[in-house]
Design a protein around this ligand. Structure first.
Ligand code: IPM
Ligand code: MG
Length: 393
């Protein structure tokens, strides 16, 4: 637990105690809005931070930086060393989205996504938590039948710093006969599988005590090892958790067939990328899914490195129109309150405020449904803050 969290925990032991009279811990946040709709949804987090600050509910010291295409335009890289240093110094990083057609032809090493991948790798954020929760008001917005998604609450734990995203060699070779050969390498060591599985088992214990591990052991050696390591860890330390193994393709099918059978799902980097996009649609829209990327607690500083980002991308087709859904970004900030700052009570209130706004029928364009009021990005952000205010009154 970091110092700020420790203070917060000591000073805010209960759920609904008044905040007056306490010396507030200041949380250091680095804001990286990025590209496309990133800056628009980040603006709504800034609104929320500003409100929390004026109300004396939480104090933040924020810095801003460039990432992705915005960083490429300014400095010809996906992220600069200076911004990386700021990320390493912050208590948490809030990340918007990166990429877009404007940067389709920039060199691979400095493409917008390289900025995000460097952040994940250099901060060693190996555990990516992607909760998929279907708010009651949105059961109708999903492409699946309401009874399939109503009350859904699952957690995908995606390994984030290994596998085929980072494995070497990673090359395209000219074979000289008019052919080229592309190679990506899927690599996992025992410790990488074990530490992500441990995160997933621990989460399952705090939830419904069920873990499903997904891999492709029927065709991949990394799947064979994944299965073996998860099974052994279960036997050694987590026998109380119900563990199930599923092949990742069949797991994808089960996710759309009857998603409520799952509690926590643990899977590798690539499968996790795909399965979490599928899970996102169960919640009504990709614009609803937040995520937390966590590293280990540094024994020297007692801090857990962390980055929070919406699962959705930069959506260049709707950027700049005020049409983006800020909920995934706001809920990602909520995860920062929960996992970095130990302010779970405030995170719960933020979630309740989001649910209340949706229950009142307010929808951004991605969530349009009959009888709903379509609002802009900033109207949605404003409405969430207003609900939070009401919950605090
Ligand atoms: C995600 C995104 C990223 C990924 C991209 C932007 C590099 O799809 O976070 O899910 O593939 O991990
Ligand atoms: Mg993705």
């Amino acid at each position: 637990m970091d110092r700020a969290s420790e203070e917060a925990r000591v000073r805010f032991p209960g759920h609904d105690e008044g905040f007056e009279g306490f010396v507030m811990a200041t949380y250091k946040l680095l804001l990286l809005p990025g590209d496309g709709i990133g800056p628009e949804v980040m603006a709504e987090v800034k609104r929320l931070i500003g409100w929390l600050d004026t109300q004396g509910i939480a104090k933040f010291e924020t810095e801003k930086g460039l990432v992705g295409g915005a960083s490429y335009d300014a400095d010809k890289v996906g992220i600069t060393d200076a911004t990386m240093a700021k990320a390493l110094a912050a208590d948490a990083v809030l990340f918007g989205a990166v990429g877009g057609p404007k940067w389709d032809s920039v060199p691979y090493e400095v493409r917008p996504e390289a900025g995000l991948l460097r952040l994940r790798k250099d901060l060693a954020l190996y555990a990516n938590l992607r909760p998929a929760i279907c708010y009651p008001a949105l059961a109708e917005s999903s492409s699946l039948k309401p009874e399939v998604v109503e009350g859904l609450d699952i957690m995908i734990v995606r390994e984030l710093t290994g596998g085929v995203y980072f494995g070497e060699p990673k090359t395209i070779t000219d074979l000289g006969n008019g052919q080229k050969r592309a190679v990506d390498t899927q690599v996992y060591d025992t410790y990488e599988i074990e530490r992500i599985a441990r995160v997933a088992f621990d989460l399952a214990r705090k939830r419904r005590n069920k873990l499903t591990s997904m891999e492709k052991r029927n065709v991949m050696k990394s799947g064979v090892l994944w299965h073996e390591v998860v099974t052994q860890l279960h036997q050694r330390e987590y026998k109380d958790v119900a563990l199930q193994h599923q092949l990742a393709d069949s797991g994808g099918m089960q996710l759309v067939r009857w998603p409520k059978q799952f509690d926590v799902i643990v899977t590798d980097n690539l499968f996790g990328d795909m399965l979490s996009d599928i899970a996102a649609m169960l919640t009504g829209s990709l614009g609803m899914l937040p995520s937390a990327s966590l590293g280990d607690i540094d024994p020297k500083t007692n801090k857990r490195r962390a980055l929070y980002e919406p699962v959705h991308g930069s959506a260049p087709d709707i950027a700049g129109q005020g049409a983006a859904n800020p909920i995934a970004m706001l809920a990602s900030f909520g995860m920062a309150l929960r996992y970095s700052f130990d302010r779970g009570e405030l995170a719960d209130k933020l979630d309740a405020a989001i649910a209340a706004v949706l229950a009142k029928g307010l929808r951004t364009a991605d969530l349009k449904s009959t009888g709903a009021t379509v609002v802009s990005t900033s109207q949605m952000g404003e409405a969430v803050v207003k609900e939070l205010q009401a919950l605090h009154a």
